[in-house]
Design a protein around this ligand. Structure first.
Ligand code: LUB
Length: 180
């Protein structure tokens, strides 16, 4: 957690392994035992960020909503994670700083685009999608909008209002792609 807090607060370049060791009250050696480089620490946090979403999908799927509502609910829960989960916040900042990180990081956005495209395709098959809306284009637009919304919240409010801001934008976006 300590490293995630520091990466979120200061970013990759401005965080040293010594800072992490101090924050978690371990020796540098102990941190290096678990993570041979600072890059390895960043990779672990970004991977943990992405590991959140399949767990979330299982939880939301268990609610038994239709595909369109499942898509909306997934993004609503993601907004709560971006607002409150320091691992998710750190992963997002590290992905922005990926050009400065000499490590293989997961490609951002693609899994969310793919998930939303499959949910919106199912929504189309269920008659929940406005005629003429392409699931792939709408999925890409939703991810772009979400990314922008949480980023603006981060810059303007330290992510304290991700949820209400996303709720406003989500209402507009889903209102424009759902049938009826
Ligand atoms: C999401 C971010 C921030 C996509 O999937 C990702 O990589 C994301 C971090 O890179 O927003 C929108 C859910």
């Amino acid at each position: 957690m300590g490293a995630a807090e520091l990466f979120t607060e200061r970013g990759f370049r401005q965080t040293s392994v010594k800072d992490v060791a101090d924050r978690v009250e371990m020796t540098k050696g102990a941190v290096y035992f678990h993570y041979p480089t600072k890059e390895a620490l960043a990779v672990a946090i970004v991977e943990e960020h992405y590991a959140r979403w399949p767990v979330l999908l299982d939880e939301v799927t268990a609610e038994g909503l239709g595909p369109m509502a499942t898509a909306a609910r997934m993004l609503e829960r993601a907004a709560a994670a971006f607002q409150d989960d320091v691992i998710v916040q750190a992963g997002a900042r590290l992905q922005i700083e990926r050009p400065q990180i000499d490590a293989e990081l997961p490609t951002p956005y693609v899994d969310w685009i793919s998930l939303l495209e499959s949910l919106l395709t199912m929504a189309g098959e269920a008659g929940e999608l406005r005629p003429g809306v392409c699931p792939d284009k709408a999925a890409h637009a939703l991810v772009s909008a979400f990314f922008g919304s949480q980023h603006v919240s981060d810059v303007l409010s330290g992510r304290t209002d991700v949820v209400p801001r996303w709720r406003e934008l989500s209402r507009l976006l889903f209102g424009s792609i759902q049938a009826g």
